[in-house]
Write a protein that binds this ligand. Structure first.
Ligand code: ARG
Length: 590
């Protein structure tokens, strides 16, 4: 595969060289190139440079223009306004660059220059608990980021830090020992036969029953507490029962991830319990090095800028007064594991913004301990809250959190209705398949298309709409391009660099050329919404192209038709590749 320089980067290089030639003493100067409505690109950097060198900006702009050596790229360059450069590229350069992209199976996208190892912590539901919309966000954003970084050449290690440890297991396990058949499934011969819904409903039943007993029966409460001690001491019988809860929950998790069309590998599920063996050492190191200190019997880390409402410092508690370890000790141990054993250069946490203070303190502690440094950074990709249509956190009318599975099923149902209405030649099986791809895609896209740190409204009507910034729109434009190809029959997609391009072709072509640049930005800024925005814009440009530039029509000359088919085809491939990186399918027919 051969990576392709974008037109913008080649132009940028020409201009930077010309700037240096015109002003040899000014050092490296950025021409500040951007896409423009007036021409293809505008360079604004000359203004600042003229100021710095006390020269007339328009004169300097003219000087730079004449310092650009003859080339095949620039068709027209003119000085405008106070000293901008308006630049138009040749149609030939556009078509040739796109042809080079089309010839590459990575669409000419280069690998990152200095790839590292990123351990990404995402999709981390809790054992014996229902998954909710917050878990959806982590899974969807994390899956997209992991795919994008991998495409960019980063080594990605996935870690699903599930909540599989804690005092609540004492109650659950004790209840199970006293009601041993509660997790059995009547019609199932083995775990593979149990469906996720059945698994979750028995876990739910057990959770409620044990909770009720725990709250009403003092003797049960005492037995449950003893269970916690036995669990922490590693009592084999207790551990085996705990494992049953984990296994049962995984059946449920996998059914949801499966519905989400998301691949999760079992070895990547390393829950809180996976770090138990490290907890004591982690605390020891922190205490010995003075990073953590004893305070009121607990082992704590203090921060100058973290204070409670009373003005007193709020510490990170790594070991409780009763000797127990909590969420922080586990995360600190996970950092040691990921840095020292997995050799991470970046730790990325896709976690709710409401946990930002926790991560701020955990990261700072790890820095003080030397586990994080210039070579190893930690980042929280914090996401906002999913809101209902009323703008309040998403709850049922009874105030309960909404089950993720119900939402997904409803999305699939609505999307199937949309597909059914549009489709004239689809079988019932095809409608179900497309409906699922469109419905799940719609949920993922809605989540990915606003910047992660913002809250967003969960509005299924909007999500499955064919107009507006939705995955359905992108999928529809992709399918349209596929249908052009089907209708083109013998005509093959063929670039013709000698042809003049129509405005809609130029606009779409220049945007197609930006794919790699956008991906690079998305992976360094952890901003998948920029990829969604790029794909939506490409779809809109394609819609205009589709209106203005017919392909299969008798009056269109063969070379023009071939060139258009080539542009349409490259658009379909770019949309498909981009959506794949977001975890969204692009069916060829809708
Ligand atoms: N299980 C947690 C929750 O449901 C999220 C875990 C986030 N990851 C971490 N390393 N703390 O809120």
């Amino acid at each position: 595969t051969a990576s392709v320089h974008s037109l913008a980067s080649t132009l940028q290089q020409h201009l930077a060289d010309a700037l240096t030639a015109a002003l040899p003493d000014a050092g490296v100067a950025d021409p500040l190139l951007r896409r423009s409505d007036r021409a293809d690109f505008q360079a604004n950097g000359i203004l600042a440079l003229a100021k710095k060198t006390k020269s007339n900006p328009r004169d300097l702009a003219a000087q730079v223009t004449s310092a650009i050596p003859a080339n095949e790229l620039i068709k027209d360059i003119e000085v405008s306004g106070p000293g901008f450069l308006n630049i138009t590229l040749t149609d030939r350069a556009i078509t040739e660059t796109l042809a080079a992209r089309a010839a590459d199976d990575r669409l000419g996208v280069p690998y990152a220059e200095n790839p590292g190892t990123t351990v990404i912590d995402y999709a981390q539901p809790n054992v014996a608990k229902e998954m909710h919309v917050g878990h959806l966000r982590s899974a969807v954003i994390g899956d997209a980021m992991a795919k994008i970084m991998e495409f960019e050449g980063e080594k990605v290690v996935r870690r699903h830090h599930i909540g599989d440890w804690g005092t609540q297991f004492g109650m659950l396990i004790q209840y199970l020992t006293e009601h041993p058949t509660e997790l059995d499934h009547k019609n199932a011969d083995d775990a593979a036969d149990v469906d996720g819904e059945a698994a979750m409903s028995s876990l739910n039943r057990l959770y409620k029953a044990s909770r009720a007993l725990f709250d009403s029966d003092e003797e049960f409460k005492a037995r449950a507490r003893d269970r916690v001690v036995a669990l922490q001491a590693g009592d084999p019988e207790t551990l085996a029962l705990w494992q049953r809860f984990v296994d049962e929950s995984k059946i449920y998790f996998y059914s949801v991830f499966n519905k989400l069309d998301m691949e999760i590998d079992d070895p990547d599920i390393v829950g809180e319990s996976g770090y138990n063996a490290m907890l004591e050492e982690t605390c020891q190191i922190l205490e010995d090095s003075g990073v953590a200190v004893r305070s009121e019997g607990a082992l704590c880390v203090f921060f100058d800028d973290v204070k409670g409402p009373d003005g007193n410092p709020t510490p990170l508690i790594v070991k409780k007064t009763n000797g127990g370890y909590g969420y922080a000790a586990t995360d600190l141990s996970a950092i040691r594991d990921r840095v020292q054993n997995l050799k991470a250069t970046t730790l990325l946490y896709v976690v709710d913004a409401r946990q930002s203070l926790h991560f701020k303190m955990v990261f700072e502690t790890a820095r003080r301990a030397g586990w994080l440094n210039e070579d190893t950074k930690a980042v929280q990709l914090a996401f906002g809250t999913v809101l209902g249509k009323d703008g309040k956190p998403f709850k049922t009318r009874e105030g309960e959190t909404i089950r993720l599975v119900d939402l997904l099923d409803e999305a699939i149902e609505r999307a199937s209705a949309v597909v059914r209405e549009k489709a004239k030649d689809l079988t019932e099986a095809e409608i179900t398949e497309r409906g699922t791809q469109v419905g799940i895609g719609a949920v993922k896209y809605a989540d990915l298309s606003t910047s992660a740190n913002r809250d967003y409204k969960f509005d299924l009507d909007q999500m499955v709409s064919l107009t507006g910034d939705t995955s359905v729109y992108v999928q529809y434009m992709h399918a349209r391009s596929c249908s052009i190809k089907r209708k083109a029959g013998d005509l093959s997609p063929q670039p013709h660099p000698e042809l003049e391009l129509a405005p809609a072709e130029r606009a779409m072509g220049l945007h197609l050329d930006q794919f790699g640049t956008v991906l690079d930005e998305v992976s360094t800024e952890y901003a998948p919404h920029k990829l969604a925005a790029y794909l939506f814009q490409l779809s809109s440009l394609f819609a205009t192209f589709y209106d203005q530039c017919p392909v299969v029509k008798p009056e269109v000359p063969k070379d023009v038709a071939e060139n258009r088919l080539f542009l349409s085809d490259l658009t379909a491939r770019t949309l498909s590749q981009g959506m794949t990186l977001l975890g969204i399918r692009t069916p060829e027919r809708l």
